[in-house]
Design a protein around this ligand. Structure first.
Ligand SMILES: Nc1nc2c(ncn2[C@@H]2O[C@H](COP(=O)(O)OP(=O)(O)OP(=O)(O)O)[C@@H](O)[C@H]2O)c(=O)[nH]1
Ligand SMILES: [Mg+2]
Length: 255
């Protein structure tokens, strides 16, 4: 059965580049993998999608047809994707690929907070599906930014209720010290709490501390997997983590 991975995250967090780099790593390692672009609003993609929703859902057409501006059209487009899941599934099946990576809409809310997306993930993901939530390092490198991303990731998790990985993107732009801090926060929640307490005082710090406590109670902390598309780094760890979900640790056959 096909293993499906949906890549989600805030705008510009590196979803499309991750999808491209992970496919590259997978193919290099002889795992048959395709990428499906589910972002109708993507203007330029850093890869050639094997299947592209923009072939059937086009923002310009929606703007003309519904008399909408670009933002309204993005919302309609996000919902219209659901009409084509049968066609997408047929195309995916025709590839007979073992792994399918789905690149999702640029703005997180267009994917994570639309009812249509639950249907899309359930239909395409079947019962072999995981989500990768991208942590952008520019936000993740401050303790309060890190907590904000944890909250978003947890929100996505509870919306879809599928196995999920938290992925740190673009680690090549972090200094060793910044990367060390993030790794420490993701492995040791007490250190995240200490960093929050030591942050400059203010409402923002108070809010982050309260959010931290709520997240702790919800037991949503998990280790971040660092990656860099530029250095093709971290994808083996992604693959291993996914195997735990897809095949209970059992390696799928190479082809
Ligand atoms: N240095 C570096 N830059 C990266 C990496 N991954 C992505 N980027 C850059 O981050 C920016 C956003 O990357 P995308 O892959 O387009 O991010 P996205 O989440 O798909 O963006 P939207 O779909 O537009 O929301 C681009 O300028 C990428 O070149 C990385 O590993 N290292
Ligand atoms: Mg993208």
């Amino acid at each position: 059965m096909i293993a499906n991975l949906f890549v989600v995250g805030p705008a510009g967090s590196g979803k499309s580049t991750f999808a491209a780099a992970f496919r590259e790593w997978m193919i290099k390692n002889e795992y048959d993998t395709i990428v499906v672009n589910l972002d109708p609003g993507a203007e330029l993609l850093p890869y050639q999608p094997d299947i592209d929703i923009r072939d059937v859902v086009r923002i310009e057409d929606i703007m003309t047809e519904y008399g909408l501006g670009p933002n309204g059209a993005q919302i309609v487009a996000a919902d219209l994707v659901a009409n084509y899941v049968g066609d997408i599934k047929r195309d995916v099946d025709s590839y007979e690929s073992d792994y399918v990576i789905y690149d999702t809409a640029g703005q997180l809310e267009l994917f994570a907070f639309r009812a249509a997306s639950n249907f899309i993930v359930d239909f395409l993901g079947e019962n072999r599906c995981a989500l990768a939530f991208m942590f952008d390092p520019t936000l993740a490198k401050t303790p309060s930014g890190f907590v904000s991303l944890l909250l978003l990731s947890a929100t996505v998790h509870f919306r879809f209720y599928k196995p999920y990985l938290n992925v740190l993107s673009k680690v090549d732009i972090l200094s060793d010290e910044e990367l060390g801090n993030i790794a420490e926060w993701s492995e040791n929640w007490n250190s995240l709490y200490d960093s929050l307490i030591n942050d400059s005082p203010g409402m923002h710090r108070e809010l982050s501390i309260e959010l931290f406590k709520a997240l702790e109670n919800m037991n949503v902390f998990r280790k971040l997997i660092p990656t860099s598309a530029r250095m093709l780094y971290g994808y083996e760890d992604i693959y291993s983590a996914l195997q735990l979900y897809y095949a209970a640790g059992e390696d799928l056959e190479k082809r």
